[in-house]
Unconditional design. Sequence first.
Length: 308
Amino acid sequence: MDKIKSYFEFEKKLIWTNVIAITALHALCLYSFLTFPYSQYKGLVVWGFLVGHLNGLGVTGGAHRLWTHRAYKAKTPLKIFLGLCYCGAGQNRIYEWVRDHRVHHKYSETDADPHNSNRGFWFSHVGWLMMKKHKNVYEHGGKIDMSDIENDEVVSFIDKHFTILKILCCFVIPVVIPVYVFNYPWKPSILSQVVMRYPGVLNATWSVNSFAHLWGGRSYNKSIGPAENLLVSFASGGEGFHNYHHAFPWDYKASEFGHIFNPTTVWLNFFHKINWAYDLKKVSPELIKKIAEKQGDGSWVDHYEKSY
């Protein structure tokens, strides 16, 4: 009886529309990855990677490092650019993304963490999007200071018109350009840009919550879950140096190593050179060394001259 009761309690927590939509999307994605005529449509593959890269930049450089952590400041053109790139990633509104991520940092690996990795790999990767949030997430999320986001005119505009911007940037424009500009057929354009590129970007983002919280070294703080995972850095555009990031969340590089395996930082350095980004926050080598030697797992080595 207890098992039956537990099953029905679990079932009530599921958001079935999300379960069905996410499962169906990934089933189609897997089938398309296995059957897509890559040699015939190389240009669509390149286009998918380019658009996906910009989508990822909107998440990492925009929603994450700019709006969540205020690791640097951005002028209006850069905010608009990153905001539109973020819309193309097809995730939640910026306000929701920032709130959830701030809660995640403040209450990491607890029931107040929206994607608590202590609940397992699948929950932290995608399951949390298929279930109702734990009551602690709602309780503590409501206490997070979001005044900076509420007062950001670019974010307010994007979130107000988010549905149409998401549809245009994530689904319409990536398909229409190959069809009307490069004369590709509709079917492979839709498959490559919607069925394949979109889930790919989602999983790249999700990998930070799962893989980078479960596997890897903890050079800066051995007492927390986030870890250094190079594969995640490849997938997510530089977000895999996650133990460092949780130890120093205000560093605009989200890594000790600057631009190494970190294309987001390369972009931010470029925007800094053209004066679109400014007040880039960094952690001093002395503080990194002090924290790593005091709290790390012993794997950290002194490489400041190569990194700074």
